[in-house]
Design a protein around this ligand. Structure first.
Ligand code: 87F
Length: 555
């Protein structure tokens, strides 16, 4: 078998990355405690639920001890140790498994189901816009990658290279795409000849690799991630401008309508925009626990910069040579990390119904003298009814776990709704329903099952969004002066400040706020601008303010 050698950064400056088993991003609990923890839990189940018939110590003290040990729960609290809590919930919720390469993570089926749900929304939407899917290669030569020097310059250290095949050095090393401008645009240049070839609108669903050196975090900062990248070319700037906003609206809907996370739509500052482009728009989310903003997705108007570099020209209707106007836009698996951070709690994940792989979990609750088979049958037929009605429902009939264990397990995995069926429910022709988001319980008659479940799931979706919005809004602080800015920053606020919109002033704010928690920067200038009273001054420079801009620490 031939093995591929691997290095990072441009070959000239590159440090060779040996196949490191770096586990610096693995928090202690996941590294050492998880397995024994589960082991204790498993044996405990057997004891406390009477599944095993031998060697059971029935004394109260023993029972208590076992029960305590058997709690299936998180070691960390969201409010106390957010970073540890986050890693733990990603693993215990079975979304992520850590891998032996730092910054690389296994996306488990529970994650992929959510990703597929986001794809199932976005893909048909862009097809309605007549955007077509394509697939371009993973590799790019140095020549081509270097073609757009300005664009790649700042990113060079993050580019990963394949330098060997087997034991021999490759004649021409190839880079692994960190993004696909340089891969795609030479072919845009070839394919676009006249105005009838425009617009050219392609999207690809793929993975990209950015060999980051800052602290890796599942979903949020990983060295390989999944995304869609759209790359479009138009005859006119107007068409490009319009598409930028249409795509941004789809990104807003992904966050707000599917993931139940409020976002702010706006424009990036000159310092924060994609340097290769004309302007960048984004949706910005906020994580109240850490007081950090997080860029949710970006939609760029590239102007004609890349067209110049890659000679993407066309003959316009007047027979003149013209350059295309381009856009590019992407959202990635980071979306899922933001969802975990915003909705998760001390019991585990909390999944919005619209993206949950399982929306309803049905759990039989058999008692000693009850007709277990009848309870199991009722569970199965309940799930059938729900699935036929279009819900994603499953039954947990495993006989080696107690109902209590199953409750905790499915709570950890964030399933929006739990249905319990025991002897009493059977007798009364009802089911007990428990909401994951707020723990509320109610009994619903079997005959109105479908209609009630539909109603409750839609309440859950709505109240997750409302709760997240309320928390986010409570963090927004409008300030006018530098002192207020610093106070709000220390208070983990999402700061809305009047700003003069000068690049040097943003650089200065960054420099003045540099510290162990990271510097403050602009998140975006919201499209939705509050009134800016005449004579309002910039909080940082004292010059006349031009706009309201969101500032804060960010991921
Ligand atoms: C890392 C290494 C090399 C970001 C990088 O946002 C290049 C890059 O170009 C790089 N990290 N970027 C900017 C990506 C811009 C743009 N690409 C298409 C998008 C949307 C999709």
């Amino acid at each position: 078998m031939r093995r591929l050698g691997f290095s990072c950064g441009f070959p000239l400056l590159s440090q060779r990355i040996t196949h490191q088993v770096a586990r610096r991003d693995l928090p202690l609990p996941t590294r050492c405690r998880r397995r024994p923890h589960l082991g204790i839990f498993r044996s405990g189940i057997t004891l406390s639920e009477g599944m095993a018939t031998r060697n059971i110590d029935t004394s109260n003290a023993r029972k208590k001890e076992v029960k305590k040990e058997t709690r299936l729960g998180l070691t960390y609290k969201k409010d106390k140790d957010f970073g540890e809590w986050y890693s733990e919930v990603c693993v215990a919720g079975e979304m992520i498994e850590y891998y032996d390469i730092s910054g690389c993570y296994i996306l488990r089926p529970w994650t992929m189901a959510i990703w597929e749900m986001l794809q199932a929304f976005f893909d048909p939407e862009i097809k309605k816009m007549n955007i077509k899917n394509a697939y371009f290669p993973l590799f790019v030569t140095e020549n081509v990658l270097q073609k757009e020097k300005d664009h790649i310059e700042g990113f060079a250290p993050e580019v990963a290279w394949v330098t060997k095949s087997g034991q021999s050095e490759m004649e021409i090393p190839v880079a692994i795409r960190p993004t696909s401008e340089t891969v795609m645009y030479p072919y845009y240049s070839k394919w676009i000849r006249g105005h009838r070839d425009l617009p050219l609108k392609l999207n690809q669903w793929c993975n990209v690799v950015r060999w980051e050196f800052s602290h890796p975090t599942p979903f949020i900062r990983s060295r390989e991630f999944l995304w869609q990248e759209g790359h479009t070319a138009f005859a006119t700037k107007d068409e490009a401008d319009q598409e930028v906003l249409e795509i941004l609206e789809l990104y807003r809907r992904i966050y707000e309508e599917l993931l139940a996370i409020p976002v702010i739509k706006g424009k990036k500052s000159e310092l924060e925009k994609f340097a290769g482009g004309l302007y960048t728009t984004s949706v910005e989310a906020f994580v109240p626990n850490t007081g950090r903003g997080i860029q949710g997705a970006t939609s760029h108007c590239l102007g004609q910069n890349f067209a110049k570099m890659f000679q993407i020209n066309f003959e316009n209707e007047k027979g003149e040579k013209a350059m295309v106007w381009q856009n590019s836009w992407a959202y990635s698996t980071r979306t899922i990390g933001v969802m975990v951070m915003v909705h998760g709690d001390d019991k585990g994940l909390v999944l919005p119904p619209k993206v949950a792989a399982v929306q309803v979990i049905v759990i039989p609750v058999p008692y000693k003298d009850a007709d277990t088979q009848a309870i199991f049958d009722a569970c199965t037929s309940t799930v059938d009814t729900l699935c036929k009605a279009g819900f994603r429902a499953e039954v947990d009939l495993r006989d080696n776990y107690s109902p209590g264990w199953k409750y905790s397990h499915w709570e950890m995995k964030g399933v929006p709704l739990r249905l319990e069926i025991g002897p009493k429910d059977l007798a009364n022709n009802q089911v007990r329903v428990v909401r994951r988001d707020n723990g509320a319980k109610m009994d619903i008659p079997m005959h109105s099952l479908v209609e009630k479940v539909k109603e409750i799931l839609s309440y859950i979706q709505e109240s997750l969004f409302n709760a997240a919005k309320q928390k986010r809004d409570a963090c927004i602080k409008v300030i006018n002066t530098w002192d207020e800015f610093i106070a709000a920053l220390n208070d983990k606020k999402l700061i809305l400040a009047p700003w003069c919109d000068e690049e040097d002033v943003e650089k200065d704010v960054k420099a003045r706020t540099k510290g162990e928690h990271g510097a403050a920067k602009t998140l975006c200038t919201p499209f939705d601008q509050p009134r800016l009273p005449e004579g309002t001054l910039c909080f940082a420079s004292g010059k006349p303010a031009k706009k309201w801009t969101y500032w804060g620490r960010s991921y």
